[in-house]
Design a protein around this ligand. Structure first.
Ligand SMILES: [Zn+2]
Ligand SMILES: [Zn+2]
Length: 179
């Protein structure tokens, strides 16, 4: 999504649009967050205005995402959403070192030319909207470490020794050790 800088005025305007999910899914597949996939485009509702040369954006995005549970590896539908704000300043104006410093702030970015490209900002915010460790439910029991059964679906009957149990065995061996 691109906006013409001339169209961004002191009067706030609203805009609803959607960003295609293709590039975001590619980034998810290549990056550290592989547990997610977007099922459709990202819906964005945005309001924007200018004050001097700075451009102000406030928006909300939502997307239907499918996540892979970090415990049981089952896929589940996880709607994702996030509110965001950006302030964009023209690249050509101002002290460069100061701009670099502020550019590290997620909510600050630069624009140049006659257009503002919102697509990279939306992609960045979409990735931030995804929790790093998705769980299909808070009390997901995960997979049996011995046989791999999904413990949400069935009890596999495997006996898993806890650390405490192993410790007590060690203790009893010591006690029984002959002199
Ligand atoms: Zn799970
Ligand atoms: Zn098992």
């Amino acid at each position: 999504m691109k906006l013409r800088v001339d169209d961004i005025t002191a009067d706030a305007k609203e805009l609803a649009f959607s960003e295609p999910q293709g590039e975001i899914n590619r980034a998810l597949g290549l990056g550290p967050i592989r547990e997610y996939r977007l099922e459709g485009p990202v819906s964005v509702v945005l309001s924007y205005y200018s004050a001097g040369t700075e451009l102000f954006f406030r928006g909300e995005l939502t997307a239907a995402t499918v996540a892979t549970c970090a415990r049981c590896a089952e896929e589940f539908v996880a709607p994702s959403g996030r509110s965001f704000r950006y302030v964009l300043a023209p690249r050509s104006i101002g002290d460069d070192s100061n701009a670099d410093l502020r550019a590290e702030d997620l909510e600050f970015s630069l624009y140049e030319g006659e257009e503002v490209n919102l697509t990279p900002l939306i992609r960045e915010q979409m990735l931030l909207a995804l929790p790093t460790r998705p769980l299909c439910r808070d009390d997901c029991r995960g997979l049996c470490p011995r046989c791999g059964a999904n413990l949400n679906e069935r009890e596999c009957g495997c006996v898993i020794e806890s650390a405490d149990a192993r410790l007590s065995v060690l203790r009893s061996i010591k006690v029984r050790r002959p002199n």
